[in-house]
Write a protein that binds this ligand. Sequence first.
Ligand code: NAD
Ligand code: SER
Length: 315
Amino acid sequence: MMKDKILVIGASGQIGVELTLALRRIYGNAQVVASDLREENDLLKGTGPYVSLDVMNKEMLHVQVIRQNITQIYLLAAILSATGEKNPGLAWHLNTQSLLNVLDIAREEQLQKVYWPSSIAVFGPTSPRQNCPQQTIIEPVTVYGISKYAGEFWCNYYNRRFGVDVRSLRYPGLISYKSSPGGGTTDYAVEIFNEALEEKKYTSFLSAGTSLPMMYMPDAIRATIELMEASAANIAVRTSYNLAAISFSPAEIAAEIKKHIPGFAITYEPDYRQAIADSWPQSIDDSAARKDWGWKHEYDLPGITADMLLNLRQE
Ligand code: NAD
Ligand code: SER
């Protein structure tokens, strides 16, 4: 059997750095090729192969896939929700064309598997706000959400029509300390930790009570790898799986941080990102992921807060 050889596209981003390192631990350093438009992240340097790659250049992508004997692709390049609203045309173009490039090449080269993340941003103001189900009314109002929802149907189409084994998760907001977030509405939940340690204060761009679905990066990385390692027979959802851990608001995370940093103070100055957050559900029903391939989250808010502060203090 051919040995797995993985290409991670967007490897220098918030998820890409940790996912690449986790995949290298499992498959071996030489078997996981990191790639990005921007320079190699410092944490990746010396841990395995890196190529500079623009996913929009389909020919060059195809050449790399053949040259490196790639059998699986993890496509992480995207423009996220807040940045997307500043340049909707670019966000649509990158988020959808990058996926089509990868799916076409996966079909042509008969790759074993493809991973592509969707987001809770597919849901809109007409979706249920609590325990939002896998299948429900989905009317996204951001270009990011529209591009992710369209992408989900392209995944489903390439799977049904051409047999491409493409798998996907609707991540909630992700919290991490290794690589900075890249322009999302949930980025406040990372910024707050850095500011709490450096300044003992933070001004939130979301209002005090804005509750959103969130997850700690180690849970998200484990979910991704568990989904990709599950038997194809267990993957019933070929658009994208709802995925959940916890939900909290800026006021709730601030209260948790205060337990560790008593002098910490939070103020609120909601900006354009408030409307994006208000259009998303507050909690997600991920029972299909739990049933089909055994998903179970580990980290709660106290656990995330303690681990974030511990690791950021050591940096
Ligand atoms: P990020 O912005 O931190 O990283 C994306 C990476 O893609 C960057 O390093 C960027 O340089 C690279 N990139 C951009 N354009 C490229 C191109 N043309 N060619 C090659 N690389 C390019 O984003 P992230 O948070 O790591 O998100 C990764 C994926 O997960 C995205 O699809 C995103 O929509 C999805 N997602 C993220 C979150 C989250 O909270 N971080 C939540 C839901 C879904
Ligand atoms: N965390 C992401 C964002 O805020 C959700 O996809 O854009």
